[in-house]
Design a binder for this molecule. Sequence first.
Ligand code: HSE
Length: 299
Amino acid sequence: KLVTAFAPATVANVSCGFDILGFAIDELGDEVTVKLVDTPGVKVVEIQGDGGKLPFDADKNTCSVAVQAMLNSLGVNLGIELSLFKGLPLGSGMGSSAASAAAALVAANEVLGNPFEKMDLVPFAMEAERIACGTAHADNVAPSILGGFVLIKDYDPLDVIKLPVPDGLYCTLLHPHLELKTMDSRSVLRQQISLKESTVQSGNIAGFIAGLFRNDFQLISRSLKDVIAEPTRALLIPGFYELRNVVREIGALGSGISGSGPTIFILSEGKEIALKVGKESKKVFEKIGLEVDVYVSKV
Ligand code: HSE
């Protein structure tokens, strides 16, 4: 039996929700084909679109690690072959490792007759993130599997909450051609934050989620701030603050680092602003000599 699944790119953190908030991007993503075979063991047999960079070793590839975690939980030792078709650039901050794991799990679950609900696949995909960046964060894998906005209310025990998506919310993604490994951009994070910073961040994440429930774009806009990760990570992304000013002037709701970067996400109300943001932002990067890819998607 053969099943193919697609899993989308994701924006993690969404500025105010470091490690606890993410959303899925339509269209862009990875595809995995899963084949049930007689010889026991999980094998990666084909990888395309990665420029030869991803490992075939089943203990290192996020697809196989996720599927192996799923089989362990079922207590079975089946033969599964995985073929990965990368649509996402590596080290981009668009949840590339997460999308591969999510697609592999959804396809493997289907091949096995869907023993798991989608929500139950999240912990298996988190094991893949642990391999990819050293931390089993869920803010990419959960929205990649479940779609829309997802809150990781708690990690211990895991408590994943689907959130509403306001109608008319668009995202522009700018992917400068730099590769930033999540492991590296996690290493620049401060390990301690002040009481004041904690209060500011809590107010913003609460405001952002209230904005999603109330369809209140202005509240979403006022809440798109990050005092935890952005101050150190923005230094790794040339043009980050200039771009912020440009997109605000155009009327975007706000901008931030997508996951651990270097991709920048910009939220807008309506497609027209999102497209204009893409066009003008490209110029900012061109001025500093950086090539960028621009994607515009409904959230
Ligand atoms: N929350 C993770 C981080 C996302 O910021 O490191 C990585 O894409």
